[in-house]
Design a protein around this ligand. Sequence first.
Ligand code: ZN
Length: 454
Amino acid sequence: MSSAAEPQQARAEGTRLYSTAAAVIEGALVDQPTIEVDAAGTIVALHRDPATIPAGPLRYDLGRRLLLPGLVNAHSHAFQRTIRGATHQRRAGDPSDFWSWREAMYRAATSLDPEGVYRATKACYREMLAAGITCVGEFHYLHHQPNGTPYDDPNELSKQVIRAAQEVGIRLVLLEVLYQRAGAGQPPLPEQRRFCDRSVDAYLRRVDDLLSAGVDVGLAPHSIRAVTGNQLRELADYASAHHLVMHAHVSEQPRENAECAAEYSDDGGKTTKMTPTAAFAEAGCLERTRSFTAVHAVHVSAGDLALLGDHHVCACPTTEADLGDGIVPAIEHRRAGARLALGSDSNAIIDLIQEARLLEMNERLRTGARICLALPPSGLGLSLLAAATQAGASSLGRADLGQLAVGSPFDAFTVDLDHPQLADVDSAHRLDALMLAGTAAPIDQVFVGGVRRR
Ligand SMILES: [Zn+2]
């Protein structure tokens, strides 16, 4: 950073100006803007015309960089980063599917003590921040000791996640998971015990305590298999009363749909097929517009698409590919009205630019068409950026985040336009080159609430 401009008029102490080669401002690509940020880290003015730039504040010239709003990662399990690379060797008898991957994940989940959760989460969030992610929705389900006994502080592990986020300087929305059973009528498996609260009341007491401490919380019934309909109803009521968002894994695997149909349909799923989405709707989880986020929503029916049209779908394409989940029908979800957000999920890969590109490329592979997810009048790059920013922010109940706009916190990152990935790209194609042909590698500065964190 470099400062210039002599103070010529009185300004609020700490107000700063950031000038850059290009930026996405209020959803549009702008050349050579200057952004004015006050001492509290809030954007107070956007100057497209150099003549309007005030002379007083300290000025930073970001140089030949593209300035973008901080990325919002709407779905993460930070601890799963500890098994990165460790699940790609097939053992004898291993069917090598989602469910065998889950066994490896459970071994990691049961091995971490509070300090281990903190260290794993901090390493994960450090990597997120370096990749331009300034806010993460942590779908957090490690709650208790491995045998299920609560720690002295029942929120011990939630607080380790909060501590890691604070030390890294990334914003956190803690999506507190309710997990109560292995499946319909089945008690939790031994390796699931630490995910489980003793009752919904015990879970909501933990949530109460976190809310009283000022933690940004959302409610997260893990999946239709992990909770009962009655429990879902209690969560929906609490979320509604406290204006909290709800997130859940929905239709990630065909087996999940089959088990749901068997549990919820009168004839055991033989003729009528109650879907997970329909079960969430019946329990009241979808009543408040845009308050629900269906994570994955891969194996969905026409009825599910309609039900989710007023809500969010969080796709996690690198994880969905890794686990063989299938392709999120993003075109159909968008056509039905859903807002598409993105998550790094298992954190095997932490790069929302890759997630955004794969969302589009999967649809090209599936449909045989190109340019599937552009939202006219925006081009494709802007539309994918919106998924990685505004839609994620909205899904986490943080509509104030996800864009560079007056009144929003200055959460942003810079992309080095001289990086080998982007050098010599025509200026008109920079954003599309980043989103459709790039990675997070050219990201070199990251700001959260006006504080430079990288
Ligand atoms: Zn997940």
